[in-house]
Design a protein around this ligand. Structure first.
Ligand SMILES: [Zn+2]
Ligand SMILES: [Zn+2]
Length: 359
């Protein structure tokens, strides 16, 4: 057996805890440049560099606003403005962006989900707004109060249709994914869908599947996005809004992560292989063996994704930003989700494969 994966990773290797050098990944500073198309023109503008935000009308009064790292949205209607989220990194720039395009006041606020990095500046809209969110978002904000995230005034379980000044938004809950209470917000007239923290258009997405909780459902949500008739996706991150094309690209990338993770489990988790890896550092170093086993799988899955020729013949690092830094974290999270959330093909039968420590 090739035993290069058996070596414990030294503390000095952190944060590259999956052994970055082993597969010839670049050292810090030597990563490939992000694909140039990742950066939209506004990013290089003096205005953006100075103000720290960019606002753009996607269609018919539906605006996208971004700090470059965090995205939110608002809709201008004849009776007031509907705001969707209020990330602290935008903060009062969200108000500035609204004032750039209208004199109307914000009358309604929608919380996509309860995470403070997306709604933690909601207090800027003042006390006289209706706040719409999922029941679970309400429950979590009541349990963990935050003056910067005022409690919703309207909540729903499955569906809520909001019409303000002739503009309608359809809010749907399809079950937990990134976190419990994360909703789909659809503007049918404008064909704009807002779903936060499922995919980050043009990039490999923030590590550990954007710190998501239910990874199997998070994968499902990617496909649920494609069930909508949309031209624009407000996704929450990073540089740009999504198009169906960019969403499909993200789905393909995470499909390859899932494929690599499953192959890694198939290779390293059959009982005899697993026992071999666990015992190698010695019976009295059980946790070293455990880490080696997980590292072996994460390394294998990462290598699979980084070396794969994708559907257009290019490597993922040539198509998406952040691939060489984020993939190993996704690999770990996704293979763990396979072990925890997806059906297991078999189980130990009575008397089969006695524990190795008694062999
Ligand atoms: Zn989130
Ligand atoms: Zn996010």
């Amino acid at each position: 057996m090739c035993d290069d994966h058996q070596k414990p990773i030294a503390a000095s290797d952190t944060p590259a805890f999956f052994g970055v050098d082993r597969y010839g990944f670049p050292e810090a500073g030597e990563h490939p440049l992000d694909p140039p198309e990742y950066y939209p023109p506004y990013f290089w503008s003096e205005r953006f560099q100075k103000l720290g935000y960019h606002v753009e009308e996607l269609r018919d009064g539906f605006y996208w606003v971004t700090s470059g790292g965090y995205d939110a949205a608002f809709v201008v209607t004849s009776e007031g403005v509907i705001a969707i989220d209020a990330p602290p990194t935008l903060g009062e720039n969200m108000l500035a962006a609204i004032e750039d395009v209208t004199e109307k006041k914000v009358t309604h606020v929608i919380y996509s989900h309860w995470h403070t990095d997306h709604i933690g500046a909601a207090v800027i809209f003042g006390p006289d707004v209706e706040i719409i969110a999922h029941d679970i978002t309400m429950e979590l904000l009541e349990r963990f109060p935050d003056p910067f995230r005022p409690l919703p005034t309207i909540t729903f379980a499955d569906h809520y249709s909001l019409t303000v000044g002739g503009v309608t938004l359809e809010l749907d809950y399809k079950g937990e994914n990134h976190c419990p209470g994360n909703i789909f917000i659809y503007a049918p007239a404008q064909k704009v869908l807002t779903v936060i923290d499922i995919l980050s258009p043009g990039s490999a997405t923030f590590m550990h599947c954007d710190a998501s909780q239910n990874i199997t459902a998070w994968y499902e949500a990617q496909h649920q996005i494609m069930e909508y008739d949309f031209d624009f996706l407000v996704a929450g991150h990073h540089m740009k809004y999504g198009t169906p094309e960019l969403v499909k690209e993200g789905i393909e990338y995470f499909g390859d992560v899932l494929e690599g993770a499953q192959l890694a489990i198939d290779k390293y988790s059959p009982s005899d292989r697993l026992i071999d890896i666990l015992l190698k550092p010695g019976l009295d170093r059980f946790w070293v063996g455990t880490e080696n086993w997980i590292n072996s799988m994460a390394n294998y899955a990462t290598k699979h994704v980084l070396e794969k020729k994708t559907s257009n013949g290019k490597l993922w690092s040539e198509r998406l930003a952040g691939v060489t830094t984020q993939t190993k974290y996704h690999a770990y999270t996704v293979l763990e989700s396979i072990r925890l959330e997806r059906p297991r093909p078999n189980y130990r039968k009575r008397g089969e494969n006695p524990p190795p420590f008694h062999a």
